[in-house]
Each structure stands twice: as C-alpha cells, then as structure tokens.
Design a protein around this ligand. Structure first.
Ligand code: SF4
Length: 410
C-alpha cells in the first residue's frame, strides 16, 4: 500500500504537507508510521533527546462567567451564586508565594467572563503582581477573556493588549481555542469567542511579541475535516506572524475533552464525545507533521495519564508541559487522575528519563534554564510537593478553580 509513501517522503525531506495529505494520513496512516514521521519532524525542529518542562502554577482569579460553555462544570453564572468567587489579593499572594517556593518561574492566570470586573481590575491586578513578585512571569487571559475585556471597556483588542502588556503581562495562554471551526463552536459554546476573533486576537498578541501557545481540544464530535481545518488555520496565522517578524506561537498542545458532570456528559450523544489514547496519539503525530512552522509540541499527561504522555514523546512531542500546580479543572471534569494532576519536578524527570529522553527546565518562551543531561544531575533535585508547604491549605476543587476549558490552556 503506497497511500502515504509520498507524504512520508516529504516529511523526511523537511517539506510541508498539504491539508489533503494530512487528511489522507488521518484516514490511512498506521499508528507507528505516523509516530515515526512525527519524530522525523521533531528531530528537524528540535534535534536530540532533550525534553523540556516548565515549573508553574495555574491561578483562576474568578469563576463567575456568563458564557455557559457546555463542556464547563466550574463557572458560577453570577456573583450571587453560592459558589461564586473572586480571589482576594491575600489568596493570590499566598498562591504565588507557594509557587515561588516550589521553584515556579511562571503563573498562568485565567478566569471566567465576569461582568462585574471592570478593565481597571485587570490592570491593577497585573501591576500589583509585578511589584509584589517581580521575578515571576505572568501569562494570563486567553483570547476569549481579551475579547470580553474589550467589550466591557470599549477599547480595541490592540489597546487592551497594549495596556495589559504595559502593566506586566508577558504572554497569553492558548485557552478557548477548542476546535477552531464555528460549526462546532456554535454547538458546544455558542456564546464564546468565534474562530476568526480567536485567531485575530492571537495575531495582535504576536505583533506585540507576547508569548503565546496554540491549543486544541479534540473529541467534541468534530470530524477529521474540522481537525485539519483547525491546524490549517493555525499554520496560516503562524506563517503570517513569522513573515511579519514575530515569534508567533511557541508551541502547540492538544488534549481530549473531559465531559463528566458537564452538559455534554448528560446529552444523548455522550458516548460520542472524547478521544481514546490512540486517537490522541494519532492526532498529536499529524499535528507535529503538519505544523512545521510551530517550533515545539507538548505532551498532554493530565488528561490521559503519564504513560500516554511518555508515549507522546515518541510521537513528535519535545515538551512535557508543566508541573500544573493547582491545575484541577480538567481533572475535576473526569481527567485521568480525578484529583489535581500536579506532578513534582522529580516525577517529571522520572517520566522523561523513563521514556528515553533527558529533562531540561525551560521558561514560557522555551529558553532553557537548566539542562539535566546526565542522570546524576537529578541529585540536585529535592522531592517537594505543594502539601509539604506548611501554610498550604487544600482548596475544594469546585470552589477554588473555575474556568472550565478556558482555564486549561497553556
Ligand atoms: S469554559 Fe470558560 S468561558 Fe466557557 S463557561 Fe467555562 S469559564 Fe466561561
């Protein structure tokens, strides 16, 4: 059978494949052949056996949201709801202090679309963090939050992003991308940002040299055309941003939707949502092959578990994500561990080495902070977990961490 011979040869030669060729790979590619081709692409972009990771903490500053996405179980519809919260400065300070104690170099801050927070709230929040914690990098507010801020303030996206950047913002998470196709978005999140606006806001962020990541959630009853169309739109935007002299997206990461407790999980189509590990791996490999202009690809272990994450490192991924301190949004919606899937640095090293690679700590721009090439380098690490910090008080999942899938993006 020679269905993919020319396509695989193109990958070997470092050439771009077309959307049609990607679709053919989706239809016919054998799993291990896809993995091998994805690894060729990975080696062209990131030669060697280094796998990076980030130490960071997710912080969801509010769970109040008026957008009602069907895959979200975490939002409170208004401020009077008994579960509603907006984190106080005291709570935020404690979270950042704990993250710093664990060696975090970044916080990833996202929240619901809360109509009670004026735009100045975000500027003041960033300004306060910048002064109180000058060493921590702040990635915050996915494109849907930026669109919401523009709507409540009457400012343009460029003005909103410029002012946030001046206040201390260094990058945007890729959350809210889900499937970049309005046919799917209108079905599962009709009030959320459109495909076009998500891409345009990211393009503005690129023009300002903000750090960005592209994300994708599979298993929303999309078909293969929708998936390839999502990847094509990302690749086209990346081409434009790179041509304009920007960095564009640093990385891409995808994961399967988690539907437990959500409207989707109660629908008559519930069995049709989600994706198996092999489907995730096939998709990861095709994304690595297709997105030849996005430098890095991260494995998603919180949704499918560390073992699938390790295998993904053999399907084109060169990054193991982050420690995910306090990431419990996907987990509470049914992810692999059903508890906060935080992984300690020691455990991340164990997983990366167990998969046949060596770990390196990075920042959110993928600058290497430290290479741990030799196994003996791990001797410098101390096993530490959030629970080992005396002042840490575990939070009930639903109370403290809102944001649904918006909150998951890196
Ligand atoms: S996913 Fe985000 S935008 Fe959608 S309802 Fe949940 S918090 Fe709101």
């Amino acid at each position: 059978m020679d269905y993919g011979v020319n396509t695989f040869a193109k990958v070997r030669d470092g050439e771009r494949i077309s959307p049609q060729e990607a679709l053919e790979l989706c239809d016919n590619g054998a799993l291990l052949e896809l993995g091998a081709a994805a690894n060729e692409r990975r080696q062209q972009l990131n030669p060697g056996h280094r796998v990076t990771y980030l130490i960071d903490r997710n912080i969801n500053y509010t769970n109040v949201c008026v957008t009602d996405c069907q895959f979200c179980t975490f939002y409170a519809p208004n401020a009077t709801h008994p579960d509603a919260y907006v984190n106080s400065r005291e709570v935020l300070a404690r979270k950042i202090e704990e993250a710093l104690a664990l060696g975090a170099t970044r916080i990833l801050m996202q929240g619901g679309h809360n109509p009670d927070l004026p735009f100045d709230y975000y500027l003041e929040l960033l300004g306060w963090i910048r002064v109180a914690f000058p060493t921590i990098e702040i990635n915050a507010f996915s494109p849907s939050e930026i669109e919401f801020m523009a709507a409540i303030s009457g400012k343009s996206w460029l003005k909103v992003l410029t002012e946030l950047q001046a206040a201390g913002l260094s990058g945007l998470p890729g959350g809210g991308g889900e499937i970049l196709d309005d046919e799917i978005r209108k079905r599962v999140s009709p009030k959320k940002i459109s495909t076009e606006n998500w891409l345009r806001i990211m393009e503005v962020a690129h023009s300002l040299d903000l750090t960005t990541t592209a994300t994708m959630v599979i298993g929303l009853r999309e078909n293969l055309h929708h998936r390839i169309s999502h990847l094509r739109r990302l690749r086209e935007l990346q081409d434009r941003s790179l041509a304009a002299g920007s960095r564009g997206f640093n990385a891409f990461i995808s994961w399967p939707v988690q539907i437990e407790g959500t409207s989707l999980g109660r629908s008559k189509f519930r069995e049709e949502y989600g994706a198996t590990p092999s489907e995730y791996l096939r998709h990861t490999a095709i994304a690595r092959i297709f997105l030849d202009n996005v430098p890095h690809m991260a494995a998603s272990w919180p949704t499918l578990g560390a073992k699938v994450g390790q295998v993904a490192l053999h399907f084109g991924c060169d990054d193991f994500g982050s420690t995910m301190i306090e990431e419990n949004v996907v987990s509470a919606a049914g992810a692999h561990t059903r508890v906060s899937p935080m992984m300690s640095v020691v455990e991340i090293h164990r997983q990366i080495r167990g998969a046949g690679f060596y770990p390196a700590q990075r920042d959110s721009s993928y600058n290497i902070l430290r290479d741990y090439r030799a196994a003996a380098d791990d001797d410098d690490l101390t096993e530490v977990s959030l629970e080992s910090i005396p002042e840490f008080v575990p939070m009930p999942l639903e109370r403290e961490n809102g944001g649904g899938l918006t909150a998951v993006g890196r």
